[in-house]
Unconditional design. Structure first.
Length: 342
């Protein structure tokens, strides 16, 4: 939430008997202490990332979009609110946002949470967003790639998040972001490999990726990503979005997805890295029979009789395929193979 102009804030400062060092401090006080003597004004609006706003601001700073970064800006204000409301924000939250853009989503999130760490790879957008977010004291802005490589989150990003999580007891980690299409899969995958992953992720991603994350066994979209996410989390596809709600318009539909960490599911994995590698290996050849894939993947560590014994133990037929296995079966298979190897 944001207030329409600085005059209202100034008048409320003078008449309330309370003094704040910045407008953002005043906003946070009202959100955290709604029963105090300072009451939010009814003159409320959301951050205005509309098509008109974007074109005007980009023209002012001479900014042209870089297609290499997959930049598509969400211009539907109602959907921006859906993202914020779906994240179940609280004063204990430390939010990671990847893709600051103009800072519109950052500005909507910041008044509700302890801290936002927002990452932008584009130098020009980072500078523009810095101007828009200058009054928000609880925002850390990083100008860098969020990924060190496709298998690793950048250490600077993790350090910034960890620093804020350790600042006070009871803080919880969440990812809230409008993700560029080329970063969605590696970011979500690598965050779930952390010892302390986000407790909740609410992200805008390509619908094709959302379908893969939420897919069920036996469907064309079911694969390594589905299993890796669902073995640790509950997944909800909250909203499908057409290209028209973005600028520039992408060529595909998008979706808002909520991914909620499930502590019991996560605890059921004896060895997360081993499980992740197994699943990825199985789906390199998704249509091949499971037995043949396992023989090839573990040829230097398990012989064929050992593979056959594992499949028999789990009551999996010789003609079973990885794409048919439920997640509990995948977990049992991983534990059985790991047990034989060790």
């Amino acid at each position: 939430m944001f207030y329409r102009d600085d005059l209202e804030w100034s008048l409320e400062r003078l008449t309330s008997g309370w003094i704040f060092s910045s407008r953002s401090d005043w906003l946070r006080h009202n959100l955290l202490h709604p029963k105090s003597k300072i009451h939010p004004s009814p003159m409320i609006f959301t951050a205005g990332q509309t098509l008109t706003f974007l074109k005007r601001r980009f023209a002012e700073v001479g900014l042209e979009l870089n297609s290499r970064h997959g930049q598509n800006f969400l211009i539907d204000l109602n959907l921006q609110r859906v993202i914020v409301e779906s994240a179940e924000l609280s004063p204990h939250d430390v939010i990671l946002e990847v893709g600051t853009g103009t800072g519109a989503l950052t500005a909507l999130i910041a008044p509700y949470v302890a801290h936002v760490v927002t990452v932008e790879i584009d130098t020009r957008l980072h500078q523009l967003a810095s101007e828009e977010l200058i009054d928000l004291a609880n925002v850390t802005m990083l100008q860098q790639d969020a990924l060190k490589n496709k298998n690793t989150i950048a250490s600077g990003v993790l350090a910034a998040v960890d620093g804020q999580l350790m600042n006070a007891a009871g803080r919880q980690f969440k990812l809230v972001a409008n993700l560029a299409y080329n970063i969605a899969t590696p970011l979500i995958t690598n965050l779930l490999a952390l010892d302390r992953p986000p407790e909740l992720m609410v992200v805008t991603i390509q619908k094709e990726v959302a379908d893969r994350i939420a897919a069920k066994p036996g469907t064309k979209d079911y694969g390594a990503l589905s299993i890796w996410v669902q073995s640790q989390c509950e997944v909800e596809v909250l909203r499908q979005m057409p290209p028209a709600v973005f600028w520039p318009r992408p060529k595909v539909d998008s979706a808002i997805v909520r991914i909620r960490l499930d502590a019991q599911r996560r605890a059921s994995m004896d060895d997360r890295p081993f499980f992740h590698q197994l699943v990825r290996s199985l789906f390199l050849h998704r249509r091949k029979f499971l037995r043949g894939v396992l023989v090839a993947a573990y040829k230097h560590r398990l012989d064929k009789p050992a593979i056959d014994a594992i499949l028999a133990e789990l009551r999996l037929p010789d003609n079973a395929r990885a794409e048919e296995l439920e997640i509990p079966q995948m977990l049992q298979l991983s534990a059985a193979i790991r047990g034989r190897i060790q």
